[in-house]
Every structure is written in C-alpha cells, then in structure tokens.
Design a protein around this ligand. Structure first.
Ligand code: 13P
Ligand code: SF4
Length: 306
C-alpha cells in the first residue's frame, strides 16, 4: 500500500473541486510527479501553463517556472507550494546587471535562458530553454553579436553546436556543478554497456565524457527511440523517476545520488495539499509592465521553437 495513498486521494479530489491543475517539473520527487496532471521539462511546462483552462495552477517546480506560467496565463492563480523554492542560477543575474551589459553591446541580440527572473526576461529579445537554445540561436541574425544570460555552461554548449560566439554571463547551476570525473569513472565501470546522457548545464570538461548532451525532455524522447537499453543519467536525480515511468522496460542509473537540486526537493505532498485546501504557499504574480515585456520574449521563444 502506498504510504501517501490517503493524501493523494484528497489532493486528487481537491484538484477537481477547485478546478485546479498540478504541473510538476521532472526534477520533482516521485510522489509529486505521480500526483501531477502534467509532468514535463521547462519548455513543456510553459506550453502547458499557457494553455490550461484550470483556474488555479499548483506549480511544483521553482520560482522562475511559476513566474513564466503567471506571465503566459495571467488570468490564472499560480501557486508555488513552497514559498522559497527558487533557482540559485536564476538569482545570479539582475535586471540592473543586464541593462549595464546591454549598454556595452548596444546592438546585440539578447538571449535569456528561462532560468532567470521575470525582470531579466523583460530586457531580453528571446527566451530559450535547454531543449531549444541551439535551434533558436541558429535563427538569430548573423550580423549582430549575441548576449547569452545567465548560464555560461549552457552558453558554451550552444556556441559549440552553432559556431556562434556569444557574450556569456558568469552564471551556473550549482547542482550540475557537482558532477565530477570520479563519479563518471565509477558509473562507467559499474555499467559498461550503458549510454551516458548529460544535461548541457554541466561544465564543458564533464560534457566531454558524455555519449549525448540532452535536455531533460530530449532525454525522455531519446530513450524511447534508441536501441540502447541502459542509461547513466547525468542530471538531477528526479528525472530517473520520469524515465522509469514513461519508458519502464529500460534501465536507468543515476550518475550519483548527489546530483539533487535542494530547491526542487523543497516541495512535498502536504504542501501541495495545503496549497489546494488553504491557498498556502506563494501566490506568484508579476507586475504588469514587467510581465508585458517578459511575455514578448517568451512568445518569441514559442514562435521560434520549431
Ligand atoms: P530543463 O529545461 O531540461 O527542464 O531543465 C531545467 C532546469 O532547471 C535544469 O536544471
Ligand atoms: Fe536551478 Fe540547477 Fe536547480 Fe535547475 S537544477 S532549478 S538550474 S539550481
């Protein structure tokens, strides 16, 4: 018997009664993913959030994702169950800092990873996620420099793939920075026939060891299509549950249990219940002048994704 069965039942009933939907990122804990109406990567969650008819979105992820939902679907109530579930990388750049950088490179196209504050999106030309950054940068005018914020590792990966030199901000993901060569050697020797899949937020020196560099959504599609049956997953450990749920007949090994994002793991089932039952957590809103500008760069991403 599932130890959370009672709570899950209550959450499902309340979700219907309140005309709510639960969106969860693939880095959330297994029990949160299981209770969600939709589980996806940051791109899939943006699309789902912009289209949902539900009145309330319970966003099981981190602040920048809930802000994106609030910007794309402003008539909905968006609740982040844990009020302090943020993304340290997103907090590594402010609007003031980006404005100063833009002054240095006034003609540059500004590309902003969605892992960023709404105010930074508002100063950008186009947003990207890790699943579409290469496609979108390839579509930008060739005669203009590109500013890419805030992830220097995703930025260096995009440069490798597109040949476009970019002005990079010095941001990074502390969770993917935990990946080490020792972990890679140990996992390779324990699972010699497995493919090693790594997220592009990992530093260049670690990416060299991977068989494929893929966003979380791309990992989910790749394991379905390839003939390989075993995979070492070099990204946040929550994704292992998504892969095992979506493609259960294959085998997945975490590169290391240490690749866990403390902020993604802040959300718990009781918090999801409290958000639904009592409106607890953080109601995420974005001031309208900022939201209007940020929406333009998010819509530019949606339009350039294909
Ligand atoms: P995805 O875009 O692959 O969902 O990743 C989001 C994220 O926060 C990675 O650390
Ligand atoms: Fe931010 Fe990294 Fe956590 Fe993703 S895994 S939310 S980039 S800290």
């Amino acid at each position: 018997m599932n130890p959370h069965a009672d709570l899950i039942e209550k959450i499902k009933t309340l979700t219907k009664e309140r005309n709510a939907c639960i969106l969860a990122h693939t880095y959330q804990s297994p029990e949160i993913q299981d209770v969600a109406d939709f589980v996806g990567d940051s791109y899939g969650l943006s699309v789902e959030a912009s289209a949902t008819q539900a009145e309330t979105i319970i966003f099981c992820g981190v602040l920048f994702m809930a802000e994106t939902a609030a910007i794309l679907n402003p008539t909905r109530t968006v609740i982040l169950p844990h009020p302090e579930a943020g993304c340290p990388m997103a907090d590594m750049i402010t609007a003031t800092e980006l404005a100063a950088l833009k002054k240095e490179y006034p003609v540059a196209s500004v590309v902003c990873y969605v892992n960023s504050p709404a105010e930074v999106k508002a100063l950008s030309d186009v947003c990207v996620t890790s699943s579409n950054a290469v496609t979108i940068v390839n579509k930008l005018p060739r005669d203009k420099p590109i500013i890419f914020v805030p992830d220097k590792h995703l930025g260096s990966y995009v440069t490798e793939q597109t040949g476009r030199e970019m002005i990079l901000w010095d941001g990074f993901c502390p969770t993917h920075l935990r990946i080490t060569e020792t972990m890679i050697k140990a996992a390779r020797s324990a699972h010699p026939f497995a493919e090693l899949l790594m997220h592009p937020e990992a530093p260049h020196a670690m990416r060299q060891h991977a068989d494929a560099i893929l966003s979380t959504g791309q990992m989910c599609s790749h394991v379905k299509k390839t003939e390989a049956t075993e995979f070492i997953i070099a990204t946040e450990i929550g994704l292992l549950h998504t892969l095992r749920t979506q493609t259960p007949h294959k085998s997945y090994y975490p590169l290391s249990e240490a690749i866990s994002c403390p902020n993604m793991k802040k959300t718990t089932l009781p918090m999801v219940y409290d958000s639904l039952a009592h409106g607890m957590g953080r109601v995420v809103t974005v001031p309208s002048d900022c939201a209007e500008k940020a929406e333009k760069s998010l819509r530019a991403m949606l339009a350039m994704n294909g």
